[in-house]
Design a protein around this ligand. Structure first.
Ligand code: ZN
Length: 432
């Protein structure tokens, strides 16, 4: 990629991040990208008719997407090449019983914490609202995406004069101290009316039509490129929508090839992946099985195809922090701008095997991009990701990798443009 192509890729990524405040929006925008590139949508509930050479995708629960390209070769012998990532991000989710009014007349939103958010970063920032509603229209249930992209809510910090040790002792009570402020009490309004009225004003959807909702708050301020040469990205949800964007870009650009190339973006990674649309489910395996059955393969040929497959679990990695350098292993120190990171864990919190690492290194080499390695310090357990579930359920060898970032799970994460570009190029090489 030359300089203008790199900038175009970074701006495309930013658009995807900014247009996708929730997993539902990220799935919809991903599906739109696939449709524009000639992929045909399959419905889980309808029969599939697949042709070799065809490009297909399906969406589950509006929050997971699996796309694949069928090559012309013998699938049993060529197998699947799969890249997986996740569409969800940590944040604040509105509870049932959405609003509460204090004796002083403040109307607050009743939220629960989704995943491992760094809560302090959600304070003093205008927040907007997005998610989905289930509405009843003409006697039928329908799911509708909503996004009210306005600065509507804020979680104000307590002033320092009433909290002198705030800079020495961090931490917030997760119930009492994180409820965002919406407005002041209005005469004649019940607390159950504030959220429906907001939705009605902004979308025209009547309170009586809304049966239930899954709504999240997100940072109103948009992500940007920054640094003296625009070499960095500062944005919400880089984890893991940047890997989703790289996977989708690589799948839509890759040559057809012989086997089956697939990209799977799951929901609920941030809360452990166990759900119907999470990586720790039968979802991907059902799709792989259905592809083989549809092509008329025997059970034996299906298991042969699984045996000939590999996968890449793409989720961000921790770059060495400029102010906390001692939090990393002394010998494995990935930095921003150093290329995609292969993640190792002897206790299998990352699924990487030497074989998995080797085929990813080979892809990096063929793409002409550098790679780095990450392994936790022995006294810091670190996190996990979709790799162990993906490889455990499918029995397909997996490498856990991701672009390095700082401030993972902050409302605003921070990474280098070059790592994003290099990751996409490595994915393209993996698929070819
Ligand atoms: Zn992640």
């Amino acid at each position: 990629m030359d300089e203008s192509e790199r900038l175009a890729y970074a701006n495309g990524l930013l658009r995807y991040l900014n247009d996708s405040p929730t997993a539902y929006h990220a799935a919809k925008n991903g599906a739109d990208m696939l449709r524009e590139c000639g992929f045909t949508e399959l419905k889980e509930t309808k029969p599939w008719v697949l042709d070799k050479g065809g490009k297909y995708f399906m969406v589950k629960n509006q929050s997971a997407v699996i796309a694949f390209v069928l090559g012309e070769g013998n699938l049993a012998e060529e197998g699947f090449r799969i890249i997986g990532a996740h569409l969800d991000s940590p944040g604040l989710k509105i509870k049932p019983g959405a609003c509460t009014v204090t004796p002083d007349g403040y109307v607050k939103v009743n939220v629960e914490i989704y995943g491992g958010a760094i809560l302090s970063t959600w304070f003093d920032r205008p927040l907007a609202l997005a998610g989905r509603l289930v509405v009843k229209k003409d006697g039928k249930l329908k799911e509708e995406l909503v996004r009210i992209d306005k600065p509507l809510f804020i979680i104000p910090n307590l002033c320092i004069h009433l909290h002198r040790d705030v800079n020495d002792k961090g931490g917030y009570n997760k119930q009492a101290e994180i409820l965002p402020l919406l407005s002041m009490r209005k005469d004649g309004m019940e607390k159950s009316d504030y959220l429906p009225e907001l939705i009605w004003e902004e979308t025209g959807i009547e309170k009586s039509d809304v049966i239930d909702y899954e709504l999240f708050l997100y940072e109103y301020q948009k992500g940007i490129l920054m640094g003296p040469n625009h070499e960095f990205i500062s944005a919400s949800r880089i984890d893991d929508l940047s890997m989703v964007y790289a996977g989708l870009s690589a799948l839509t650009e890759a040559e057809q090839g012989k086997g089956c190339k697939a990209f799977a973006a799951f929901d609920h990674e941030e809360v452990g992946s166990v759900s119907a649309q999470g990586a720790h489910s039968g979802l991907l395996l059902h799709v792989l099985n259905r592809i083989c059955k549809n092509l008329g393969m025997t059970d034996d040929a299906y298991f042969q195809a699984i045996g000939n497959s590999t996968s890449v679990s793409a989720d961000l990695a921790h770059g060495v922090h400029p102010n906390y350098g001692d939090k990393h292993d002394p010998e494995n120190r990935p930095v921003l701008g150093g290329g995609p990171v292969i993640k190792y864990s002897a206790s299998q919190r990352y699924a990487t095997t030497a074989f998995g690492a080797a085929y990813f290194m080979d892809a990096c080499e063929r793409a002409g991009v550098p790679f780095q390695r990450f392994v936790n310090r022995n006294d810091i357990p670190g996190g996990s990701t979709i790799g162990p579930a993906l490889s455990g359920l499918t029995t397909i060898p997996t490498v856990d990798m991701g672009a390095p970032v700082l401030a993972m799970h902050s409302i605003r994460e921070f990474g280098a443009v070059s790592d994003q570009v290099d990751t996409k190029m490595a994915f393209l090489a993996y698929f070819s």
